[in-house]
Every structure is written in C-alpha cells, then in structure tokens.
Design a protein around this ligand. Structure first.
Ligand SMILES: Cc1cc2nc3c(=O)[nH]c(=O)nc-3n(C[C@H](O)[C@H](O)[C@H](O)COP(=O)(O)OP(=O)(O)OC[C@H]3O[C@@H](n4cnc5c(N)ncnc54)[C@H](O)[C@@H]3O)c2cc1C
Length: 456
C-alpha cells in the first residue's frame, strides 16, 4: 500500500506520515464499522470507475495499471459503504451523525445551520474560539433543510440551478443570531474545499480552469479563508482534480486517446482523474478517443448490458454529444483539426505492436487492446472542458498543517489551537485524487486533529 501510494502522493506528505496512514487504514476501517458504517467484501475485479453500492471492494485507483502495477503488487483497496442506492456516501454520514446523537448524547452539542465567520485569537495568536451566525427559528431551520435537500439533487450536473435554490433557502432563513463560542481545547476547521468559489479558484490557478463544472455541495473555501485570516498558510491551491471517467462501457478502453498533435497521450485504462492530469500535462487538457467502427459497436453492446443508470447516461453523452465520425482517418483528422499524418502514424504503430505481439507503448493491458482497422472512424471528445460533457472538478489544496498534530501552520510555526482536516487542509490526496483517498484522508486527518486537541 505504501509503495503504491508513494507514487500517487508525489512527496506532498512525508514518508513517515504516509506510513502512519497505511498502518492505520485497517484500524480506521474498524473504527468506522464501530460507528455503524457497513462494508462488504464482495469484490469487483474488472475495471470500473465506481461500481456502486452493490459491491464492497474494487480497484479504485491506478493500482492495477502500468506503470503503478510494476512498482507495487496491486490490491483492491476501494471500500464502498453499504447503503441504499448507487452513491452510498450518505450511509457514511448517517452513521457518523448517529454516533453523535446516540453514544455522545449530552457530551457533544450540535449547532446546525450555523456559519462560522470569525476566529477569535489572543495577543499571542492562540485560538480562543469563534463567532458564528445561526438561523434563529426552528421553523426556518426546517425549511432550509428541506430546500437544501432539493438543491443537493441539482448540484451534480446542474450546479448553477442547485446554487440558485440554495440562495433561495438563505433568503427565507429569516433572522440569524450571532454567537461567540469559547474553544476549550481547539478549533478544527473541516469546512471542505473551495471549488464553488470561482474567484478563489481563478486566483489559485492563475485562470487555468479547464472545466466549468464544480462537484460537491458547499465548498466555498470559507474555512481556508478563516485560517488565513489568523496567519495560516496554504499550499497546492492550484491542484484541481478533473474526473474523466469513460469505463464502463469497457470497450472505450480499446480506443486510443490522442491529443491535437495526433500523438497518443497515455494508457487509456488509467484512473479517470489521472487521464485528465495526463491530458493537462501533454495536450493542454484536450483529447479524443479514436475508435474504429467495430469498437464503436462493442461500446454500444456494452451499453445495452446491465449497469448503473449514471454510467449509462455518461456513455450516452459520450456517444451522442461528443462524437465526430468520418469515413476514413484522414477525413476524421481534418474534422478535428488534427495532423492527419501523425494520427495515421499513431494508429499504425498501435496496431503494429499488437500484430507483432509487442507490449503497448504505455503498458496498457492486453485485455484492452485490439487492432483498430475498420472504418468508418469515430472520435469521442473527452477534453476536460468538452462542451457536451465537461469534467467535474474538486479542489485538493488547502491550509498547511503540521503532520504530527494537524495544527495549522503559519509563517513561523503552528497556530496553537487551530486545526484543519479534510479538504480544508493539505492532505494525502492534495497532489492527485484517486477514489477513496479523499474520504480516507478525511477520516485520518479528522481523527488526528481531534485526538491532538483532546489532549490539550
Ligand atoms: C459526487 C461526489 C462523489 C465523491 N466520491 C468520492 C469517493 O468515491 N471517494 C472519495 O474519497 N471522495 C469522494 N468524493 C470527495 C469527498 O466527498 C470530499 O472530498 C469530502 O467529502 C470532503 O470532506 P470534508 O469534510 O473536507 O468537506 P465537506 O464534505 O465538503 O464538508 C464541509 C462542511 O462544512 C460546512 N461549512 C463550510 N463552511 C462553513 C462555515 N464557514 N461554517 C460552518 N460550516 C461550514 C459545509 O456546509 C459542509 O457541510 C466525492 C465527492 C462528490 C461530490
């Protein structure tokens, strides 16, 4: 696990902390089970971006693909929470919130519909507490909860509409009371990232935003800004993860991914966010899957099989809103404004290696390689900002923290009493996201901060 993650983490945290993370992964899972989160060992062995709640365990990142599989023995470590439906994260939250309501009743006060807007510090910079605004009436809080639930349904796919409905909820929330809260042991910022704060994203990336589609619900960066307001420093703010998943349908993996120069970009079977990273590094975020007609027919056949509705919709979008077709390769290159000679050379080299029994240029598994030869030819636009189907994105950077305690780091050391966890902080997934690594980091960094604060 350490050897595989070291490749993904790219030095963003120390080896010692990464080892701790790996060592604690089994006990962290047991801790979650103890809170009532349910897991299963029903394992999916094939390639799948997210198989859904019917499965328990899968290869959730790049572990089964070259070059990662050459450096560490692949193991499926993606644990899917068992709960109703396809996307089962609600089961995780329900169990954790349940713990607060049941086991910790009377010991933990929950103040909901309450926005923290200021941190309070003493003259030496130690955190004393915070100030927040709470929706005052119980009826207004109920109304907000109801409207926000509707908004959440729109956040994936129609974030503009979702945000507008949220603003409506704010509008009807009535009077707010301002409260000051004294922190006995510390304040842990666990307020998520900032992908919904467009000016903040633009500033962090110097305008290099490849897709207009944010992913999540309430990530406005307010916690990161609170940390900065008391001297906290940030890192990796320019790192966004873009999700370009196209399998299933699994036959998309038999296509080749090329950039505007007609050259191949990477192993098409890599994890979706890694494919997007490679497109950014090599071709300015642009790329097309090139398929011959036989492969397209296989993709269509895949889509007729049983699979989660979300994946069927995505497959349909790729085929019907992102596809360009032409009778031959030269005409296809012409339509895409790609160098025709380079594209022909790339396809010929790909086929030649298969026919000669040689390995793939990027180490793609034989299971996903077949000769591309029979026209008409098709190109599916999988560019990060593809108009018919732009990638979702999340921010990965945040407040710098001391790795041993999770306390926020200022210019000259820790800010005593201030912690950051999850996507408000720099963590294990701040360089590259693979499925599971963010939530696993939330559990790891949240418990680390809580444990340290409790000892103060
Ligand atoms: C559709 C989808 C699928 C995903 N799938 C996976 C997956 O398979 N594996 C994985 O690892 N990750 C996945 N992620 C990413 C993962 O869910 C997030 O990275 C993770 O939830 C971040 O947790 P967090 O606690 O840091 O922040 P959040 O979950 O964003 O929670 C932050 C909370 O803080 C509140 N808040 C913000 N500002 C304030 C303030 N000023 N005062 C008070 N409260 C505030 C917000 O309302 C919110 O409730 C997925 C995300 C999405 C959207």
């Amino acid at each position: 696990m350490f050897r595989y993650l070291k490749e993904q983490v790219a030095g963003i945290i120390s080896d010692g902390t990464l080892r701790d993370f790996c060592r604690q992964s089994a006990s962290g899972l047991a801790w979650l089970e103890d809170q009532g989160v349910r897991f299963s060992s029903r394992m999916m062995t094939g390639k799948n971006s997210f198989p859904g709640g019917a499965w328990g365990l899968y290869f959730s990142g790049n572990e089964a693909n070259a070059p990662y599989s050459d450096r560490a023995v692949p193991a499926p470590r993606g644990h899917i929470v068992q709960a109703r439906g396809y996307a089962t994260g609600h089961g995780l939250m329900k169990a954790l919130i349940g713990t607060i309501g049941r086991r910790l009743r009377g010991r933990v006060a929950v103040v909901d519909h309450c926005e923290v807007f200021q941190l309070l510090v003493d003259a030496r910079g130690t955190i004393l507490g915070l100030r927040c605004r709470r929706v005052k009436s119980r009826i207004a809080r109920g109304l907000c909860r109801f409207v926000n639930r509707i908004a959440n349904g729109f956040m994936m796919g129609m974030p503009g509409t979702g945000s507008a409905i949220r603003r409506l909820a704010r509008h009807f929330s009535g009077r707010r009371e301002v409260m000051a809260v004294r922190a006995g042991r510390g304040v842990v910022l666990a307020t998520g990232g900032f992908v919904f704060n467009r000016p903040m994203v633009e500033a962090a990336t110097r305008g290099r935003v490849y897709s207009p589609m944010p992913l999540g619900e309430e990530c406005h960066g307010s916690g990161i800004a609170l940390g900065q307001s008391v001297g906290g420093t940030v890192d990796r703010m320019d790192r966004l993860t873009y999700w370009r998943f196209f399998a299933p349908p699994v036959h998309f993996l038999h296509a080749i991914l090329v950039g505007p120069d007609g050259g191949r970009i990477c192993n098409e079977a890599l994890y979706g966010a890694t494919v997007a990273d490679r497109m950014i590094e090599r071709s300015g975020g642009r790329g097309w899957l090139i398929l011959d007609h036989a492969t397209l027919q296989e993709v269509r056949a895949d889509l007729r099989k049983r699979m989660p509705v979300v994946q069927k919709i995505l497959g349909w979008l790729y085929l019907n809103r992102c596809r360009t077709s032409a009778p031959d390769l030269a005409a296809l290159a012409d339509r895409l404004d790609i160098d025709p000679t380079a594209l022909a050379g790339t396809v010929a080299d790909y086929n030649h290696r298969i026919e000669a029994g040689r390995g793939d240029e990027f180490g793609k598994s034989a299971a996903y390689r077949s000769v591309l030869a029979v026209g008409p030819w098709h190109a599916v636009d999988v560019s990060i900002g593809a108009p018919g189907n732009p990638c979702f994105s999340l921010t990965l950077g945040g407040l710098r923290v001391e790795e041993a305690s999770g306390q926020v780091l200022g210019e000259s050391g820790v800010i005593r009493g201030l912690y950051a966890a999850g996507r408000s902080a720099v963590g294990i997934c701040s360089h590259t996201y693979i499925s599971g690594l963010s939530l696993a980091d939330c559990v790891f960094s949240g418990r680390r901060a809580g444990r340290h604060a409790a000892q103060q």
